[in-house]
Design a protein around this ligand. Sequence first.
Ligand SMILES: NC(=O)c1ccc[n+]([C@@H]2O[C@H](COP(=O)([O-])OP(=O)(O)OC[C@H]3O[C@@H](n4cnc5c(N)ncnc54)[C@H](OP(=O)(O)O)[C@@H]3O)[C@@H](O)[C@H]2O)c1
Length: 387
Amino acid sequence: MPANTVVDANRDRHWMQRALQLAASGEGYAEPNPMVGCVLVKDGHRIGEGYHKRFGGPHAEVEALRSLPSIADAESATAYVTLEPCCHFGKTPPCSQALIDAKVSRVVIAMQDPFPKVDGGGLKALRDHGIEITVGVLRDEAEQLNAPYLKRVQKGLPWTIAKWAMTIDGRVATVDGESQWISGPQSRVHVHRLRARVDAILAGMGTVLADDPMLNARLVDDDGKPLTPPRVANRLIFSRGRLPPRDSKLVCTAKEIPTFLFTSPFVDPDERAWLEQAGLVCDAENDSIEGVLRKCADGLHGHRPATNVMVEGGPNLMASLIGSQPEDCLIDEIHAYLGPKIFGGATAPGPILGSGIESLAVAPQFRLIMIDKFDDDARLIYRRQSE
Ligand SMILES: NC(=O)c1ccc[n+]([C@@H]2O[C@H](COP(=O)([O-])OP(=O)(O)OC[C@H]3O[C@@H](n4cnc5c(N)ncnc54)[C@H](OP(=O)(O)O)[C@@H]3O)[C@@H](O)[C@H]2O)c1
């Protein structure tokens, strides 16, 4: 490869890296839109940059153009964008047109947008106006960043993150069912941060009865003052018959935090009516968990489409999400917290019960993407290896 071509490719990767960094700042705010970043470069210097800061707000390209002292500065510049610029009128006008109007001469794009209203249309609009295009710079990184968005658009399912805290010997509760707390305060801060950026939190009735959880994000600043989370997750509780106690935290806060109970049509109608007047939405349509996740991706009962959901267990609900064959596994990412304790005991559960997978050959496979140390805890983040 000629030396100049190598230099150009390195330069493209350098600026795209910055655009990806910017894009990631939108996490928790941009969804259900993708996270997108844009850097404007002229004569080897960055002249402007921006990212999609929140759903409904200006897109990254527009933010970058607005960061310029004058729009005329964009003439002949190169725009580095982490996702194909849009070409349709949504909540904002098309970004491909904004780049055309600004007279940029080249657009470098990490990946095409599979969203049906775009899907190559942005590239075509730029090309039709004589703009030079390069597609695929840091494509893998861009796909990893927007994996939840891609899953929703391409498969109609949200990105599903299973989180659990377990002892060094792999137990999530003692033989008596106690589990609070296995991990330490620092780990729990990170769990609250995760809750603060997902659209829904799932739990089974066993966990509701054992732990009486709130399943909400409680963020505080360095002085302990409460912070507003980027979004409030819907709480989704699964049961085949048991109902939550009237004085449980979930029921007492159901008017403030949307709470859905997926249960059987045969539960006591009077108790169900009482729970509904207390604010719970009872859904007795007997959908599978996958069916419920599909409804979430579409927008559950008029709520915004869910891009990320988090499963807080326990081990029987987790089993329903794993299934017995790799294609049944609904979990895309695992956040496993390892706390510095051992419980032992043949009946102390691990994170996943159920009947388990049938053989090693069909075990769902994951890739380790991050290890963190929080005091004496370890957090392991795994992502499902694509088939
Ligand atoms: N360390 C951790 O990270 C962690 C996290 C969560 C829980 N835990 C511990 O786990 C224990 C509770 O375990 P668990 O397995 O009983 O809790 P669970 O999985 O939260 O609840 C199980 C119950 O959920 C319902 N359920 C499960 N799958 C379902 C499906 N596919 N459709 C509809 N309903 C479904 C059923 O409720 P019905 O029986 O009412 O039909 C089932 O009995 C507690 O000791 C708790 O402290 C630990």
